[in-house]
Design a protein around this ligand. Sequence first.
Ligand SMILES: [Zn+2]
Length: 276
Amino acid sequence: MHKLIAALVFGVTLMLSPLAWAFEFNQDLLSGAVQTLTTQLQDDKTADAEELAVGRQIAGNLLGAAALVKDQKLQKYVNQVGRWVANQSERPDLAWHFGVIDSGDINAFAAPGGYIFVTKGLYKLLKNEAELAGVLAHEVGHVVRKHHYKVIQQAKVVDFGSKLLAEKAGSDNQLVQQLIGSGAEIVARGLDKRAEYEADRMGVVLAARAGYDQYGLVEVLQQMGHYSGGDDAVKLLFKTHPHPDERLSKLDESLGDQLDDLHGQTLPGRLYKLKK
Ligand SMILES: [Zn+2]
């Protein structure tokens, strides 16, 4: 009887040993993978931190040129709508900041890392919350696709790379400082047309995902199209973006009837009314 038990135990041990070996092997594989993933995450964190540092400074420069409108409720409201839209994007975890800046110009800006501003002039054009969501979603698209940041990084390689190599010096902070100069200029100078069309497509899709009427951005573009290029309020916008009519026809081409079945909300009653 004891012999039988011993044989059984031996048999079970034999049966289990490949399992144990496989388990150990998998453990090794797993810890390797975890290590790779951790390094990857740390790299991503460093990259995100640099993007954020550059963006924060550019946002600071923008706010130096035009302050936020002094209306807490307005700013809170725009942040709520903006964050809800940004939550539908591939970068919901960024520390998104939205604001209305005190400028009569009709324009909106995005700085790397999730800093987004619309001018009071543009806000005044809006008729409902879906239009606000569409405008913010276009800017969210720029940040998600790192449109400005990529141009800044290219500038870094071209303009600063050789200089930095030659100096063999330069703390990260110095590098960030140098990036700001070109970054602020890039935000003001604008991107190439393809980036703008891509942000338009993303704007429509993100706003629709957030439950808004997908024509919000389209309606704002139509309004902008009514301005003549000579008008001071739209000068910078028209310089940095393709003409609204071109953007509308590109949107029409790429989206077609894809979103026709969606019935989002426009929410005119929820749009925060400016005090003056
Ligand atoms: Zn844009």
